[in-house]
Each structure stands twice: as C-alpha cells, then as structure tokens.
Write a protein that binds this ligand. Sequence first.
Ligand code: NAD
Ligand code: ZN
Length: 249
Amino acid sequence: MERLNEAVQIIKNSSNIVAFTGAGVSTESNIPDFRSSNGLYNDIINEYEFPPEVMLSYSFFMEHTDIFFNYYRSKILYPDAEPNDCHLALAQLEKMGKLRVIITQNIDGLHQTASSCSVLELHGSVNRNYCMDCSNKYELDYMLESAGVIPLCDKCGGKVRPDVVLYEEILDQDILQAAVHNISKADTLIVLGTSLVVHPAAGLIKYYRGDNFILINKSTTPYDDMARIVIRGSAGQIMKKIMSELQAM
Ligand code: NAD
Ligand code: ZN
C-alpha cells in the first residue's frame, strides 16, 4: 500500500511519463503471454512441440508457412479481445497530459483500442498486414477470412504476412530510436507486464536517466533492483487503484 501511494505521488508530479508494456498487460484481456504458467511456453496443447520463438521465426515462416498460419491464427490472434483496466488507465494518463508515449512489445493493438494515441509498437501489429510481393496492405479481417491456410494477395497472388517482427528479424530502427529518445527524456518510467528478457526491447530500460522508475509485474525481472518502486501483482488491478487514488486527490 505504501509503495502504491508513493507511485501515486510520483505520477501526480509527472508530466512526461513513458510506459513500457509487455504481454502481461494483455493477460487480463485473455490473451496469453509467453512466460506465465498458462503462457504459450507452457502450452501443452502445442501439437507441434516447438517453442513459440521457433514457430514465430522468419525461417519457420518461410519453410512452413501453412503451419505458421495455423499456429498464428489459433494462438496469436484474438480479434475479440477488449482493452482492460491497465490499457484504459494508460490512455487516461495520456489524456490528463501526464503520459507522453507508450512503448509496447505487444502486437495486439489494444493500447490503440483503448484510445491511446501515442504508441510505439516495437514488434509491429497484427492489425497491419502486407503482400510480400507487391506490398499491398490488408486488415486483420483479411487474415481471418482468407480461404486457404495461407492468405494470398488478391492483386498479385503473393503471400500476405503480418507486419510483426518475427524472431530473426530486426526491429524498425526509426521506432527503436524514437523509443530511446523518449525513454531518455522521461521524468517517470512505468514498466508493466513484461519479463524484460526479450532483447533488444528489454535493454531500452537502461536509457532511462531519472529516479522514478516504477515496475509493476506479477513475477520478478532482471531489472527489479534498478526500480525505485516494485509493485507485484495484476497490472489492471494496480493501475485501477492508482487512477482512483489520483483522481481523488
Ligand atoms: P513474457 O510472457 O515474457 O512476460 C510477461 C510478464 O508479465 C511475466 O513476467 C508475467 O509475470 C507478467 N504478467 C502476466 N500477467 C500479468 C498481469 N496481469 N499483471 C502484471 N504482470 C503480469 O512477455 P514479454 O516480456 O512481453 O515478452 C514476450 C514477447 O512476446 C514480446 O516480445 C511480445 O511481442 C510477444 N507477445 C505479445 C503478446 C501480445 O501482443 N499480447 C502476447 C504474447 C507474446
Ligand atoms: Zn500482392
């Protein structure tokens, strides 16, 4: 409780917050993360017996495109997922003029659905898709409704792929630079729902130069010692409490 109150005070006095989010902020929207006990790493019904980073790698995509899309549609796409209290709180902080940008490792687009405007998607988004041959763009519905297992371009017949960063692929350098810039200028950094083990994304935390690093996560991370305040628990519930304390002030 004390730590929560301290976090509220810090947020109250901040005007340039950067939030850094991972798959843990979307588990309360029923999208599994990778490393929780019910995450995709521990998914016993993964009939292919490959870990997610193999199934979601560029070489696997190229060599086994049909298996990739089966897995992608059944385990990665959640078209009916709704933003939860954590997404909504961060959107609210932006509207209050406190939060500058959300830097997310997530590809689910839920920050934007929650009406956050300033979002840097380090790993891309399932909502953007493009033809690998002619670059024609496609929405998520096209991927869900494609007749065959592999979605094909209706202009040229090429393969349509999601605009997500697969393992073995490099991150968009402009987005990475914008993330570094924003973190290094932030007065407060709030990290939520990430194991902070996926690089280079996790390494971005090191660019924060201030004293107000708040870490909200269910389990321990390699960066816990760097944080001024660590709050263990559900990101949605904790952010909801923080917002109601903040609004009561
Ligand atoms: P991760 O699975 O490695 O770690 C998630 C962390 O969140 C864990 O430490 C867990 O304890 C914590 N957590 C789970 N539920 C929580 C909750 N309700 N409140 C607070 N903490 C919670 O996820 P990661 O660090 O984001 O790395 C996984 C990679 O997989 C990312 O690069 C991401 O692109 C991708 N991914 C994205 C999605 C998505 O878009 N929703 C889902 C799965 C994986
Ligand atoms: Zn095409």
